[in-house]
Design a protein around this ligand. Structure first.
Ligand code: ZN
Length: 413
């Protein structure tokens, strides 16, 4: 791409991001939760922009929005690119929105410079990914990939007791709703461009991250039960202290994770102590575990060893242990052919890049088991995301856009 073409595309991308960022419930940052007024306005804004960009607009029953650039060979599978329009509360204006805005600009640029593609290109704005309003994530891409069929909506409620079903009925209806439940079996490849939301690219002064895979995650709730008793009259050797036991377990967790090394990460982010009183020995402690790795076998092995050590601690201290699995997602490897193509594109464009693992979940992980899938990362300043402080410079955004555009050209032309 020559300089003036890159400049024109970058300008359009920055404008789109600014305009999208204005659809927020309140500040600071962007708050655009699923099926709220600002969410709906943002999706309608995108529909109008897509029409202006020469794309054919459709939507589905959950409110995913598509912009289609029809190919000369409609019998061939569609090349899909995009990301999610929802945000966390007081999030940034790049998470999700960047992948959609860049995809729209890329499609318009390709059409203007090369005309109609051979294979159909589509940009998608998924209705939801974050799980911020309802206790369910990937509601948008989950419909497209048949993880969900819609039956989940009746029982799933937000903090105000509004069901997902009711919220959807009120707000999902956009222009041009398509029939069916939103599932798609015509997707031949999915490419997602996203900010890194981590610090690796910035720390290593690298322009592009070529994602090799998205980690698998296991979450557990651990309950340690001991005996609540008087802090003054119970001798140290006659205690069943649930908190002291839990602390030893968390110490073991950190040590084992450091020993296992990258890319394994393990976190306990929430702890509840009962009765939580200064002069009472804690009788019960609940804590969470969040363990992630790119290899399912390593994850399995780490958890098995960890829990066997936990049961030893339990026996030594005379407390009891209850481990409840809360979440289990499999690692999602990206397509090696597409990743290699991305590396080649970076080399051709003279961009610095590195292959990396995504420690955060993304819509791409739902597509990975169904079709060749690729992810491109650009740096996040100080690694900050899910915050009004989220920032990626125009130059960095432009680099990602250029790589995405070349990838889509290779796939569709
Ligand atoms: Zn995101």
């Amino acid at each position: 791409m020559n300089d003036s073409r890159v400049q024109a595309s970058t300008q359009k991308l920055l404008e789109l991001l600014e305009e999208l960022g204005a659809y927020t419930a309140s500040g600071p940052g962007v708050t655009r939760l699923l099926y709220t007024k600002e969410w709906r306005q943002a999706q309608i804004f995108l529909q109008q922009k897509m029409v202006g960009f020469g794309l054919k607009v459709t939507t589905d029953k959950v409110g995913n929005v598509y912009g289609r650039l029809c190919g000369r060979s409609p019998e061939e599978m569609v090349i899909l690119t995009g990301s999610h329009i929802d945000t966390v509360v007081n999030g940034g204006k790049y998470d999700g929105a960047y992948g959609i805005a860049a995809a729209m600009v890329a499609l318009q640029d390709l059409q203007m410079n090369y005309g109609q593609p051979k294979r159909t290109l589509e940009v998608v704005s998924f209705c939801e990914e974050e799980g911020s309003r309802f206790p369910i994530a990937y509601w948008g891409s989950g419909h497209v990939t048949e993880r969900y069929d819609g039956s989940e909506a009746a029982t799933c409620k937000d903090a105000d007791g509004i069901s997902l079903q009711a919220a959807m009925e009120e707000f999902s209806f956009l222009q041009g709703v398509t029939e069916g439940n939103g599932a798609r079996n015509d997707i031949g490849a999915f490419v997602e461009l996203h900010i890194e939301q981590g610090i690796i690219l910035e720390k290593t002064d690298t322009q592009i991250g070529v994602v090799q895979g998205i980690v698998g995650q296991r979450r557990y709730m651990v309950k340690v039960s001991g005996a609540a008793n008087h802090a003054g009259t119970t001798p140290m050797l006659m205690r069943q202290d649930a908190l002291a036991s839990a602390v030893e377990m968390l110490y073991v967790l950190e040590g084992a994770a450091k020993l296992a090394g990258e890319p394994l990460v393990a976190t306990s982010g929430k702890l509840e102590v009962h009765p939580n009183t200064p002069n009472v020995i804690p009788g019960e402690v609940l804590f969470t575990l969040d363990i992630r790795h790119i290899e399912e076998d390593d994850l399995e092995c780490f958890c098995a060893k960890l829990f066997s050590r936990y049961y030893e601690i339990t026996a030594e201290r005379g407390v009891t242990l209850e481990v409840t699995p809360v979440l289990h997602t499999l690692p999602a490897p990206m397509d090696t052919k597409l990743s290699t193509a991305l590396e080649n594109i970076c080399r051709q464009q003279g961009k610095t890049y590195r292959t990396m693992v995504s420690g955060a979940g993304h819509d791409a992980q739902l597509f990975a088991p169904r079709c060749p899938t690729a992810m491109i990362f650009v740096p996040s300043r100080s690694g900050i995301s899910h915050s009004p402080e989220e920032y990626t410079s125009p130059k960095q955004l432009a680099a990602g856009l250029e790589v995405l555009t070349a990838m889509l050209y290779e796939l569709a032309y």
